[in-house]
Design a protein around this ligand. Structure first.
Ligand SMILES: [Fe+2]
Length: 340
């Protein structure tokens, strides 16, 4: 097939797109529509598409027709997801294929679907959105790599720097991890926990929200209420955090703080619904400090509340969300003027 020469910018050129359709004339038309901004490689069907991905990939964007002989577009794009997980996937459908297309979107197989015939303007706008999405995902991966590299150093100075980097992702969380750690350490100290516990809590506190590196900024900084899917994405920061720290032996003891800081004493928290003493003491202490700091800090959707009001909220949740013994300690520290 008559292919346009590859740009000289290497394998990750973000203007490259793979177009897959069993009709050569349609393919040629699509290529012409985007040729002002994108260098399209063409594949006449799913097998050729997969072969191109393996030989000439990665492609930032893959656009596939729905109806093709052998493997249909949904199956093909599911396969693309396995072979080239970073590629942003788009499906072209006729109106009659709408149900399949919607299912493919919902199952996360594709980023967008377009109905035929598609205008050059719509196709170009879609490809631009795909490239932006590809960019954002790559940036997040790079941040994740920086975080893991920094963890190899493991001294508290580095961990503090990393905590600042985590919090700096969103202007709303600046300084959160350090403040929460300081507060949690004051409580642990007041409870007479041994030095070893304080050391574990220092590490766990600083990195308790490390999983937020994987939370999209659009969700972290959303100025209004989160949709149910967004709530789930937000909650996933706990699992992501555990996944990041799990392989590091010296974090083993701090891991429960990362995994359990959103569990509630009565079992209605997340992610595991643990209750009572099944939640580690360190995590129960951290949960109080974390919630207090969140309440007194400004958030994109509300202003921070006064300290006294925050304390009252914590007391109201004693026995349901929080361990009453820890709330007691927290109240005492407040009365003694030890809370910043
Ligand atoms: Fe958190």
């Amino acid at each position: 097939m008559n292919q346009r020469p590859r740009p000289e910018t290497g394998g990750c050129d973000e203007t490259r797109v793979l177009l897959v359709d069993d009709e050569p004339l349609v393919l040629e038309g699509l290529r012409r529509s985007v040729s002002t901004e994108f260098a399209a490689d063409l594949a006449e069907g799913p097998e050729e598409g997969l072969a191109k991905l393996k030989e000439d990939g990665p492609y930032p964007v893959v656009v596939s027709d729905m109806r093709m002989p052998g493997m249909d577009g949904a199956e093909f794009l599911a396969e693309v997801r396995t072979v080239s997980p970073d590629s942003i996937r788009v499906m072209l459908t006729g109106h009659s294929d709408m149900e399949i297309a919607v299912r493919a979107v919902n199952e996360g197989q594709i980023f967008r679907f377009l109905t035929k015939p598609v205008t050059p303007k719509t196709l170009l706008a879609t490809l631009r959105a795909c490239v932006a999405q590809y960019h954002a995902a790559r940036l997040e991966k790079e941040q994740l790599k920086i975080a893991i590299d920094a963890l190899e150093q493991l001294d508290l100075g580095t961990l503090t720097a990393l905590a600042r980097a985590i919090d700096a992702k969103s202007a709303w969380t600046a300084g959160h991890s350090e403040r929460v750690t300081n507060l949690a350490l004051k409580m642990a100290d007041a409870m007479g926990l041994p030095a070893k516990s304080l050391e574990i809590m220092h590490r766990g506190g600083l990195l308790h929200d490390i999983g937020k590196i994987g939370t999209p900024l659009a969700v972290l900084d959303k100025p209004g209420a989160l949709e149910p899917e967004e709530v789930q994405i937000m909650r996933d920061h706990v699992k992501i955090g555990v996944r990041i720290l799990e392989p590091i032996p010296c974090f083993r003891e701090a891991l429960p703080m990362v995994a359990q800081h959103h569990e509630w004493l009565d079992g209605s928290g997340y992610p595991a619904g643990l209750a009572g003493e099944n939640i580690s003491l360190h995590a129960r202490i951290l949960a109080v400090a974390d919630c207090y700091d969140a309440i007194v800090s400004d958030r994109p959707y509300r202003k921070g509340l006064p300290k006294q009001q925050a304390l009252e909220i914590l007391i109201q949740r004693s026995g349901t969300q929080f361990d009453p013994v820890i709330i007691e300690v927290f109240t005492r520290l407040n009365v003694a003027g030890h809370l910043a």
